[in-house]
Structure formats: C-alpha cells, structure tokens
Design a protein around this ligand. Structure first.
Ligand SMILES: [Zn+2]
Length: 214
C-alpha cells in the first residue's frame, strides 16, 4: 500500500491556489502549502483560506531566488526565513514548517548554509524535504503519470507540486482520482525520513543538504 502526502510550493497564486483548494476540498484531502513571503504579502487571504480549510502553511523563503546554500552574503539566509515567517504569522503550524529549495528538486548541499541551519535551529523550525518530484513545471500534462509511477514505487511519497500558472494543476483532480483508484491512502503528515529537523532539533542527517563555507 502506498501512502501519499501532498505539498504545493511557490504560491500563493491568485488563480491557481483557489483552484487547488477547490480540488482538495472535493476530495476531502489536506495538504501543506509552502509559500513565498514575497507572494504572501499581497495574497495572504489565500493562505488564510487554506489554513481555515485545514491545510498547513509552511515557509519556503521570501524570494526563492538563490538557494540558501549558495547565498554567500551574510544575513540573507536569515532574512529569507524570518521575513517570510513574520508574514505567515499566526497561520504557521506549531511545528513551524520550513522547506528549502535547490534546483530542479535535487536534494543536495545547495539547500542550506550554516547561517540558515542556525536560524532554523534557533527559531525552532521543522525542516521538511521531499522524496517525489514529478516535475509538474516541466510536464504540465505528463506529470500525472510520472507522479503515479514515482509514488507507487514508495511506501510513503511526499510529492512536491506547484500552485503556479503552468496549467499542471488542471490535472490535479485526475491525479487524485487515479491514485485513489489504485489504492493510495492520503496523509497530511510527512514521512519521517523527509524531516531532518523537528522543532529546531536535528533528528536526521543534515550534512547532505548543508553547504559548509569554503
Ligand atoms: Zn520551490
């Protein structure tokens, strides 16, 4: 049996986030939205709706421009995290979810810098990675088959999708039906091996995701 956890990154988007929320509501499913501070500023109502409907809101940096592991300038990583968390405010989950980003969904040392790690530990954050990347941004139609294949190869898939205007989320309903038809069970909480830090405490290996200063 496969368990699937859904996450939606890089929003909120004025058109796509409501569409995703409507689809999840029809399926009676809860997910996590990892939002960007820069988008949240003017679109907080979308995150408020998601929160009110039982979804979890996580921090996915402010600008999402340079992966924190590559950001050499002092203070940037801390500010990317704390500015966004301030905007999330009382919509934050008590575990304070934070998801870093790299490039193309790769789990590598670009994800975190020592400064980012320190900020996350001091702030009591829970660091949420992933294990399933169907590349919905690159395959707005084909991601569904990829997501099914990748998810069913795992016991517990934590899928990264994007509530962005690529057209991919037009097929979210189709994906959810197909996954249910094949017997998948959905769960909001994350697989333990995708969470190297829980409430500021390291609970798994962090070195693979950490760019030590040269
Ligand atoms: Zn992202």
């Amino acid at each position: 049996m496969t368990t699937i956890t859904l996450s939606f990154d890089n929003g909120p988007d004025p058109d796509v986030t409501p569409q995703v929320l409507n689809t999840l509501r029809r399926h009676d499913l809860r997910a996590t939205f990892f939002v960007l501070g820069d988008k949240l500023r003017d679109r907080r109502a979308l995150a408020e709706r998601a929160h009110a409907e039982g979804h979890w809101i996580g921090n996915h940096t402010y600008n999402h421009l340079v992966p924190l592991g590559l950001s050499a300038e002092r203070g940037i990583a801390a500010s990317e995290i704390t500015r966004t968390e301030a905007l999330i405010g009382d919509l934050a989950h008590e575990r304070r979810f934070f998801r870093p980003f790299g490039g193309g969904g790769l789990l590598d040392q670009r994800l975190l810098s020592p400064e980012a790690l320190e900020q996350l530990q001091q702030g009591g954050y829970t660091c949420v990675l992933w294990n399933t990347i169907p590349e919905d941004w690159a395959y707005p139609e084909g991601w569904v088959e990829r997501a099914l294949r990748l998810s069913f190869a795992r016991e517990h898939a934590l899928i990264v999708l994007h509530d962005l205007p690529t057209g991919a989320m037009d097929r979210l309903d189709h994906f959810l039906h197909a996954a249910k038809d094949r017997g998948a069970v959905f769960r909001q909480d994350f697989p333990a091996d995708c969470v190297p830090m829980e409430r500021g405490r390291l609970v798994g290996p962090i070195e693979p995701y950490l760019q030590r200063a040269a």
